[in-house]
Design a protein around this ligand. Structure first.
Ligand code: 16G
Length: 240
């Protein structure tokens, strides 16, 4: 499994081997992985190298470490397909998980240029700015900042946005959410995201921007979100 002559660093080879074992089901959720000492003896490599690999696998969400107990295979990441336009609440419920929203900030502001342009409203028109931490069974998964025109979706309250925004838009406002464009970009957590999401500074994040539209192409929302890289895997299906 380890090729000491490979240009790939040894810690990287160990990481790949462990990920492959998890992928193949040879290592299952909750299984204990060998200790640093066992790894280093088995492959005749330094414990420093093993530690580096394990630390990276923990940071990336493949393994979890329990002090005094050992290191175990983590729960599989949430596989989020990008074929349908769903809400966070729907996504979590469809997995039998309990969705949560912690409100960090909720206010009505005058739309700055960039937001006004995307929502196709006038500069300074009122928009809601909503900052929420989204959680699944109590674990923070993502933080989201949402902009919606209050002209289009009036009557939002702190209480509403602690539930499902999409449900409010569709059921209470009678608007039909139709389509969205989404951009994904890799990043790492800085201090603010690490505090809010309960992850380490430098842990992997996926920044997602979603622009969603109603059937007549009226822009509905702009959402900037940071998803935890150790919890999520996004799946896209393509056809040729
Ligand atoms: C998802 C959407 C977000 C939408 C939210 C509504 C992504 C990247 N984002 O989190 O754009 O505002 O769902 O969820 O998927 P809610 O109806 O539970 O409030």
């Amino acid at each position: 499994m380890i090729d000491k002559n490979s240009p790939m660093p040894i810690y990287y080879q160990i990481e790949e081997a462990v990920k492959e074992q998890i992928e193949k089901g040879e290592l299952k959720e909750g299984d204990m992985v060998p200790s640093e000492r066992e790894f280093s003896e088995r492959y005749q490599i330094s414990r420093m190298t093993v530690r580096q690999a394990i630390t990276n696998l923990v940071r990336d969400g493949y393994l979890v470490r329990f002090i005094g107990k050992g290191t175990f295979v983590a729960r599989r990441k949430i596989r989020q397909t990008l074929f349908g336009l769903t809400s966070f609440t729907e996504d979590m419920k469809s997995r039998g998980m309990n969705p949560g929203s912690q409100l960090l900030d909720f206010r009505e502001i005058k739309a700055p240029g960039s937001i006004a342009e995307k929502l196709r409203i006038s500069l300074g028109d009122p928009v809601y700015e909503i900052k929420r931490v989204r959680s699944a069974n109590g674990t923070p998964m993502a933080m989201e900042t949402t902009y919606l025109s209050s002209g289009l979706v009036p009557g939002l309250t702190e209480e509403t946005v602690q539930g499902s925004l999409y449900q409010y838009v569709e059921e209470k406002r009678g608007l039909k959410i139709h389509s969205a464009v989404q951009e994904l970009e890799a990043s790492v957590a800085r201090k603010a995201e690490s505090d809010i999401l309960g992850i380490e500074i430098g842990a992997p994040l996926l920044w997602i921007k979603r622009f969603s539209f109603l059937k007549d192409k009226t822009p509905l929302e702009i959402v900037h979100s940071a998803y935890r890289g150790d919890q999520y895997r996004f799946v896209v299906e393509m056809q040729r």
